[in-house]
Design a protein around this ligand. Structure first.
Ligand SMILES: [Zn+2]
Length: 259
């Protein structure tokens, strides 16, 4: 049978993405212009909220493996971008109390430094190499958040390949574990960036919003902030479920500039 111009276009099949939360920093604060910090007490209430709804927080490594085995129900991926020192000091001890794990995305060229990519706001320290190695040894998954936290969509092909690829062996050697995940700085994703992540051998990628590039190498996540109490978390969970299965582009909230 010959195809004709009148043949209807095939509809894109919606994909089902896992339930994944995106955090950055958990600490006390007075100034947080980019809305990336959650107070520890609030964070613990959010963990309790998840547990009360039958959810268990796990790293992306565990979440994706469980889904492949058909055991993903009730699991939520917990991800922490930038690898702030408070992941080692505050997040990790809290997660241990729950028996939960998480994925922390480390900037391989900035360990022991600060969030120098932020033009304003408080300087926040980043985990040292020793701290990254320690949390990895205690069950946390280490993922890559590039070498230098540059916006990948603005790089030429050589710079792009280096930013994405060079962090992986560094973090693997440091953590003693395969580094299978990549997280896009600023959530900036395009076809070249996704291609570079796949080319560098990563098994999955974490983006922020559902978009035309969404897939295993650009998984959408739900932002959680310090204003998110039970009602807002309920709403966001429903929204995550809807956007994760709907073949539509979800615009990024303009007031948020993710790191
Ligand atoms: Zn970041």
């Amino acid at each position: 049978m010959t195809r004709t111009a009148q043949q209807p276009t095939r509809r894109r099949v919606p994909q089902s993405f896992p339930y994944v939360l995106m955090y950055h920093s958990v600490s006390e604060y007075t100034d947080d212009p980019y809305l990336v910090t959650v107070e520890p007490a609030r964070f613990e209430r959010q963990l309790r909220w998840l547990r009360a709804r039958g959810c268990t927080g796990v790293s992306m490594r565990e979440l994706l493996a469980a889904r492949r085995a058909g055991r993903g129900r009730g699991l939520v991926g917990l991800t922490f971008d930038d690898a702030y020192t408070d992941f080692a000091d505050t997040v990790h001890p809290l997660l241990r109390r729950y028996g939960w794990t998480a994925t922390v995305f480390v900037i391989s060229g900035m360990m022991g430094g600060h969030n120098d990519w932020d033009p304003a706001g408080p300087r926040k320290s980043l985990m040292t190499e020793d701290e990254v190695a320690r949390v990895a040894a205690e069950g946390m998954e280490i993922g890559s958040h590039s070498v230098g936290h540059r916006r990948l969509t603005e790089l030429d092909p050589v710079e792009l390949a280096a930013e994405v690829g060079k962090s992986r062996p560094v973090l693997q050697a440091l953590s003693g574990q395969p580094v299978n995940g990549f997280c896009y700085p600023y959530g900036a994703v395009d076809a070249a960036a996704v291609g570079a992540v796949r080319e560098a051998g990563y098994g999955y990628g974490c983006a922020i919003w559902r978009c035309e590039f969404s897939g295993p190498h650009a998984l959408p996540r739900t932002y959680v902030g310090d204003r998110d109490g039970a009602l807002r978390l309920d709403a966001k969970r429903v929204r995550h479920g809807l956007t994760a299965t709907r073949a539509a582009e979800i615009p990024a909230p303009r007031f948020l500039r993710f790191r």
